[in-house]
Write a protein that binds this ligand. Structure first.
Ligand SMILES: *[C@@H]1O[C@H](CO)[C@@H](O)[C@H](O)[C@H]1NC(C)=O
Length: 459
């Protein structure tokens, strides 16, 4: 290579890294700015109609209503635990092998996507007991995220992180100096087994490339591949589309013969900077991965999230996901709905009226349900145990909308702590005990009844 082209190359690398750094810094400021904006909340919620929840013995805490009564009618719920695998899709619904509708009432259990490399809580409770707790709360399925980094490195997890799961601990690491512990991927597989043994369906999710909290502006983690020019220079974990797919195969291989593993959620919140990721690019990559995974097990549902951080599935109208002949009834679309409405969004849901909010839902994903095109699973949504007025406005609107449209959903999250820094997880449903006594029985769990959660069906 000549000296001149070498110089130009170096300039491009420096320019690119400067831009990425600026974007990274801007992102942090941007999120802080959004959080600090005053939230406007409609003064009176028209749904505060004074009716009591017929299925809960506890006082209902509907945050939008002064007297804490709530939403009138409760939608009928198809059997949450009475199903025959495998699952398929039929129009807007997921159905079981008998053709009966199955509604996913899921919870996210994170950790294997983050700095600890394994699903969290295994130092507090045995995984079988966490699985039973999830079921006793009424959830029939778990979304279990992983990071590509744990597939590539399969880190050795020290025994103290597994102190309530001693049966997973082995005497030696791969190197004698590592001491007792277990390999991260073995722990992941064991957790899946405990969940399905408890009759909980599992959807595995490729959450992020580098094991850390998701999802900021770091371009290394924004999409399934990061081998673009300079990717291998800037990213701790760099991978091509092929490596992303082969990581999927490695993760799913031990789970092939477990029928309780019902699906693969191909990539969490694919996103570009302010809309620069096209749906068509993502749809093509998703189809390539789906073809390969259906070769491993043709019964897995293929879950495809929208672009703009899983907010936007509008591309499905003109460019639906297409699987090989005979596999068309495997596609489930997935949207995530949070108060900030996705990375870089300029109009967060925290400050919208119900009709404004519902219009966005219809445009972004609900048309897929209303036009009976395919199922949509709201694979992430959630809010804080101590919500501000913007959180409450978003939550009330969302619960109302999801109740009316009656779709599958997955609450974020079970966990009491974010792994980095042991920060309190305000969105979590359990406390540090990871047990029945630590469950936070606040308005959120109550409102999930409105979406069909039925603990009494779980026993
Ligand atoms: C499960 O569903 C089937 C088919 O609808 C029904 O015949 C059966 O009674 C149900 N079982 C239980 C325990 O509800």
């Amino acid at each position: 290579m000549s000296g001149l082209s070498c110089l130009i190359r170096r300039c491009i690398v420096i320019a690119t890294s400067t831009i990425l750094l600026m974007v990274f810094l801007l992102q942090i400021d941007y999120l802080k700015l959004i959080e600090s904006l005053p939230h406007q909340t409609p003064a009176v919620d028209p749904r505060c109609d004074g009716q009591q929840h017929p299925l809960s013995s506890q006082a209902l805490l509907y945050p939008g209503c002064k007297n804490n009564d709530r939403l009138g009618s409760i939608p009928s719920t198809p059997a949450l635990f009475n199903y025959t695998l495998p699952l398929r899709t039929r129009g807007r619904d997921i159905v079981d092998a008998r053709g009966q509708r199955v509604k996913l009432a899921s919870i996210n259990w994170y950790g294997a996507s983050d700095v600890g490399y394994i699903p969290a809580g295994l130092d507090a409770q045995h995984r079988d007991d966490i699985a039973k707790l999830i079921r006793s709360l009424g959830f029939n399925s778990v979304r279990l995220p992983y990071a590509d980094e744990i597939v590539r490195d399969n880190p050795w997890i020290p025994a103290e992180k597994l102190s309530a799961n001693r049966d997973l601990v082995r005497p030696d690491g791969r190197h004698s100096e590592e001491g007792e512990g277990a390999l991260a991927r073995d722990v992941f597989t064991a957790v899946v087994q405990s969940l399905t043994d408890a009759g909980i369906m599992v959807i595995v999710n490729n959450h992020i490339t580098q094991a850390t909290w998701c999802c900021g502006a770091n371009p290394c983690d924004a999409v399934w591949n990061n081998d673009w020019f300079g990717g291998s220079l800037f990213c701790r974990v760099s991978q091509t589309e092929q490596q992303w797919i082969s990581n999927w195969e490695t993760t799913m291989h031990p789970l092939i013969s477990n029928p309780g593993v019902i699906g693969v959620d191909l990539r969490n919140e694919p996103r570009g900077l302010w809309g620069t990721l096209s749906w068509d690019d993502w749809a093509g990559a998703a189809e390539t991965a789906a073809h390969r995974l259906l070769t491993l097990n043709p019964d897995w549902l293929i879950v495809v999230e929208g672009i703009s951080s899983a907010n936007d599935l509008s591309g499905v109208r003109t460019r639906p996901i297409e699987l090989p002949p005979g596999y068309a009834d495997r596609v489930v679309y997935s949207a995530h709905v949070y108060s900030w409405s996705g990375w870089g969004a300029l109009r967060p849901y925290s400050g919208r009226t119900y009709s404004d909010f519902a219009t966005s839902m219809r445009k972004n994903w609900a048309f897929i349900i209303e036009e009976n095109l395919a199922p949509v699973w709201i694979g992430e949504f959630g809010t804080a145990d101590h919500p501000n007025s913007g959180d409450r406005n978003y939550w009330n609107n969302l619960i109302s909308f999801l109740g009316d449209i009656d779709v599958s959903w997955g609450y974020w999250a079970l966990n009491p702590r974010k792994p980095a820094g042991w920060e309190w997880e305000g969105y979590g449903l359990v406390g540090d005990g990871w047990d029945e006594d630590s469950v936070r029985r606040d308005y959120r769990l109550n409102d999930l009844y409105h979406l069909g959660l039925r603990p009494e069906l779980a026993s």
